[in-house]
Design a protein around this ligand. Structure first.
Ligand code: 4AD
Ligand code: MG
Length: 462
């Protein structure tokens, strides 16, 4: 018989119909005459209640239907007398696909800590919490593609393996097929990468931006959405070694256009979650974060505060706060500073622009003051930096001068510099950390809990 998804069964008005649902048993309560199974198939946070007339079923089979078992149930969709659901299934047939030994199945009824669930990341999607988080994650990925598609952006696939260090940050995973115990060497003893797979050193990408810029110089508006890798040893609730990034790049956009797009885009994603993930957000709100839904609505109803780095430093200096990392013009802002601006001072999202050039990447457009660049960071409550971007330096001579200052070789970047030689135009873009968005929208506290299989220092299990 055709399977009905549990989300559809729960919403169905066709009482008296015979339907088949398939899923995993969450709980079982029973006495001599009747058993109640709560079954979930991941299509919704809600379980469907299955009522089993015990005398009508094989005893051994029923015994094997325990928490975690995978089953198929056929029966009559009926109004439910129990509270919490409108309908239930009066079972006529049960098929057990796979049992789950109660002695060893780790997800028993009692609540488990998020730390424990991280150690069984292969099973945690079967919990209410991770079912909700991964459905919201999916909805956000879909919303992002829809947003850019509706605006006429082209989805551009940028390489995962690359020879360039887009951010100049240096924290990269090397990609090689050379034997590490005995690599080929030149006469001076250094490793000869000409014999490596690509004939040169390569790494996993830290950003698709530079290639994105090449395409924006032809298609006008593109975005990337793919995995990026950073080998920085930061063990924090907001850093992953492998994370997904969305990077729009737009020809003919200046920094104000860039800010407008970033704000509109973030609000669209939050609105999409509120409109399409109501049940999951309500669960997460009630379980983990009583202010979640209020906070999401607040984002929609407020203009983001826009100010320069220099103005932000003045606010931080005037705050009278004792900082762990002292503040003065020129320092990179730390999470404590970003969160003060957003959560205590302005009490809304903040967009900071015009950072000192020394703390930003080489490609950002240089301001006339000679000290700052047209960078743009969007700071969110609880998250800190959710977006980093800039207007790009489109002037060939200025760009080369900056590359020389920071020690990036022109010959390695000839293809990037070509865009500034042939038909160079003003352009801008930014990168949204996908997991930071999901973190914000779900109200979870740790970035390891919004990606199915987190990659962090000393951890690549699953
Ligand atoms: O600020 P970042 O380093 O900017 C870039 O990579 C630019 N190329 C983007 C662009 O202009 N096209 O990274 C962008 C965003 C950050 O704001 C943050 O949300 C996220 O990526 N991010 C991380 N997320 C999780 N784990 C990490 N280790 C992250 N590093 C950056
Ligand atoms: Mg950044």
């Amino acid at each position: 018989m055709k399977r009905t998804k549990i989300a559809n069964a729960l919403a169905s008005k066709e009482l008296g119909e015979t339907i088949t649902v398939k899923g995993w048993v969450r709980t079982k309560r029973e006495n001599k005459n009747v058993a109640f199974l709560a079954v979930n198939d991941g299509s919704t946070i809600h379980n469907i209640q299955v009522v089993v007339d015990v005398p009508n079923f094989d005893e051994e089979m029923l015994k094997s239907v325990t928490t975690g078992a995978g089953i198929s149930v056929t029966g009559t969709l009926s109004p439910s007398l129990g509270q919490g659901q409108a309908v239930e299934i009066q079972a006529t047939e049960i098929v057990v696909y796979g049992t789950a030994d109660p002695e060893t199945y780790p997800l028993q009824k009692k609540g488990h800590s998020l730390e424990f669930l991280r150690s069984i990341a292969h099973l945690r999607p079967r919990t209410n919490t991770f079912g909700a988080v991964f459905r919201v994650r999916h909805a956000m990925a879909y919303a992002i593609h829809k947003y850019f598609n509706d605006k006429g952006f082209a989805y551009l696939h940028t390489p995962v393996i690359t020879a360039s260090d887009a951010e100049g940050a240096g924290a990269m995973f090397q990609v090689t097929t050379l034997p590490l115990d005995n690599p080929p060497r030149r006469e001076d003893g250094t490793i000869n990468y000409e014999e490596d797979f690509f004939g040169k050193t390569t790494n996993l990408t830290v950003s698709g931006q530079l290639e994105g810029e090449l395409a924006a110089m032809a298609l006008s508006e593109i975005y990337t959405f793919g995995p990026t890798f950073r080998a920085e040893n930061s063990n924090t609730p907001r850093h992953l070694a492998e994370f997904w990034m969305i990077e729009p790049e737009m020809a003919f956009f200046d920094i104000t256009d860039n800010m407008d797009l970033a704000e509109d885009f973030l609000k669209y994603c939050v609105r999409y979650a509120l409109e399409h993930c109501g049940d999951d957000l309500k669960f997460l709100n009630d379980m983990f974060d009583k202010e979640l839904i209020e906070r999401l609505k607040f984002i929609l109803n407020n203009d983001f505060q826009r100010l320069t780095y220099t103005e932000a430093i003045a606010v931080l200096e005037a705050s009278g706060k004792k900082w762990e990392f002292p503040v003065s013009w020129g320092v990179d802002l730390q999470a404590e500073h970003e969160r003060y601006l957003v959560e205590e001072h302005y009490k809304k999202p903040v967009i900071l622009i015009d950072y000192p050039k020394e703390i930003k990447a080489f490609y950002m457009k240089q301001n006339d003051d000679g000290k700052t660049v047209r960078a743009m960071d969007v700071l969110f409550p609880r998250i800190g930096e959710i977006i980093g971007g800039s207007q790009r330096e489109e002037n060939y001579d200025k760009l080369v001068a900056r590359m020389q200052q920071v020690g990036i070789k022109e010959e390695d970047m000839w293809w990037y510099l070509d865009t500034r030689r042939f038909g160079s135009v003003p352009h801008s873009g930014f990168g949204l950390g996908f997991e930071r968005l999901v973190l914000f929208v779900t109200g979870m506290a740790n970035i390891r809990d919004v990606i199915p299989f987190p990659r962090t220092p000393m951890n690549a299990e699953f």
